[in-house]
Design a protein around this ligand. Sequence first.
Ligand code: CMC
Length: 432
Amino acid sequence: MANTIELQESESEKVEVKIGDKTIKLPVHTGTYQEKGIDISKLRAQSGYITLDVGFKNTGSTQSTITFIDGEQGILQHRGYPIEELAGKASFEEVIYLLLHDDLPNEAQLSELKARLEQYARPEAGVRDILNALPDDTHPMGMMCVLLSSLSGFYPHLMDSWSDQAKREEAMYRLLGQMPALVAYIYRRKAGLPYIDPRPELGYVANFLNMMFGEAKEEIVEALDTLLILHADHEQNCSASTVRFVGSSHVNLFAAISAGNAALWGPLHGGANQKVLEMLEAIKADGGDTSKYIAKAKDKSDPFRLMGFGHRVYKNYAPRAKVIKKYTDKVLDMLNMDDPILDIAKGLEQAALQDEYFVARKLFPNVDFYSGIIYRALGIPVEMFTVMFALGRLPGWIAQWQEMRQNGEPIGRPRQIYTGHSTRKYVPLNER
Ligand code: CMC
């Protein structure tokens, strides 16, 4: 007889699962906005069953206080602050503080944070040697993976930062402090330009722009500040989950962050921003006919996807995309620029939003759809886009790592359902 599994809400904070004739009570955890998660950690011990959810489509990996997303309504908040409140009002440094400390800083706290970021803004001299040794055509994200991993070599005294608060903080602020220089060095290395030394007293974003371009115009500092805030955290996405997962083995922070950076590189995640611009350029070169590309994206025999569209969590217009779209117009106006790619992007978006395929699947533009147009207007090459994403996301990764450690989360180790051969006997090579 087939087993029946009935899920039934019982008294508060428990659900009953009926498997065959056995009833198991499972605890329920309720979030700030009444979202509910059934705790199945003891299910196998009690019933012999595990749950199977490839790609974690419906599985919570943690309880977190950092970021809240309501994908159906298109809401994004960090520590209770809606993204629309932070973007354009707060500085990136304030958001770094907010993510790490659960509150916006007062003036003294912000000065202290800035002082620590300044203290650690200069990478070790060997970083430039490592970059110089890499082949010219190494992708900037490949360079970033190498540099982030190399930090464990530069700071061996921080390897056991797991259990030592002073070391943990030094590792966190060394990462945050020198990240702008790492990104700028990669850009200069790729462009064949001489490196520009950090001038951290200029401020986090101005120093970064100065190391990139030898100048930092006020309006560009402002635009980039906002763009970085829009990328600062996004709860349990692929790279943040990777940082938490790798970090749960108690490896050093540099290694965990480097793993997260590698996850970000993929075109389904942060790498989409590069792919969006390449796609828009291809459409332009192909005569600008967006309907042809909409048809390709819908064709299941064609691997092409509309890059910058769709999201695992958002089933509504993504709030970050909304802010970025407005910002794209503003930045282009401010720079007195006219980018024909923007018209193609807007046309593509409009066509997709009216198309039954995209409507039925609730596919909307995501953060990567417009961000590349801004990066490009700021003079940042397409290949560098995902590295820019990493610069913005670093505080989120660190906050997620810190929370995982503070929660005392066990090592990440999923189970599986084995579907391979059953037991076989070894056959010697000459008999096969
Ligand atoms: N173009 C065409 N069809 C799509 C797209 C797209 N961009 N995205 C999803 N679909 C279809 C997909 O084929 C599937 O159709 P069906 O139900 O007929 O099989 C349905 O929509 C659901 O898609 P899914 O792949 O099961 O959804 P997912 O949650 O596993 O994937 C995603 C989410 C973001 C990986 C996916 O939407 C995608 O590949 N988008 C393009 C890449 C992209 O823009 N990534 C950036 C994400 S936001 C930045 C960040 O990572 O933080």
